[in-house]
Design a protein around this ligand. Structure first.
Ligand SMILES: Nc1nc2c(c(=O)[nH]1)N=C([C@H](O)[C@H](O)COP(=O)(O)OP(=O)(O)OP(=O)(O)O)CN2
Ligand code: ZN
Length: 123
């Protein structure tokens, strides 16, 4: 089994409703996202999934959030845009985008607000 990952970044604002502190005010992060997929078999050139294809799929998800206020996104009307919920959203959006590729399964998604703080979501 191989776990293949790519890391991307995006810039966006958010605020946490009902947070007992200054995170309830609008503020921004340069978010760092790592997406890991699980692949059992390699193709004829011994690649599980091309990094480029994985980056393309992840970028198309992140495009929805980049340079926005994440609280305005439809997925975050009911749910707070915490790193936890953002990781959940990216995981499931990426899963949808990769579902046509046989043998590739999204394993986990890590979302970091800074290089030192973050969350990993898996099913
Ligand atoms: N488990 C989580 N905890 C926190 C989240 C989160 O999404 N999940 N989010 C926040 C806020 O977004 C806040 O912006 C980040 O807080 P913090 O990491 O404390 O950032 P600071 O810049 O204030 O931290 P310093 O290390 O003191 O500079 C909070 N918690
Ligand atoms: Zn924040």
């Amino acid at each position: 089994m191989y776990e293949i990952f790519v890391e991307r970044e995006f810039a966006a604002a958010h605020y946490l409703r009902d947070y007992p502190g200054n995170c309830e005010h609008l503020h921004g992060h340069n978010w760092i996202v790592r997406a890991f997929v699980r692949v059992e078999k390699l193709n004829e050139i011994h690649v599980g999934i091309d990094f480029r294809d994985l980056k393309k799929a992840l970028d198309s998800v992140l495009q929805e959030l980049d340079h926005t206020n994440i609280n305005d996104h439809p997925a975050f009307q009911e749910r707070n845009p915490s790193s936890e919920n953002i990781a959940y959203f990216i995981f499931h959006s990426l899963k949808e985008r990769l579902q046509h590729i046989e043998g590739v399964e999204v394993a986990k998604v890590t979302v970091c607000e800074t290089p030192k703080t973050g969350v990993t979501y898996s099913e």
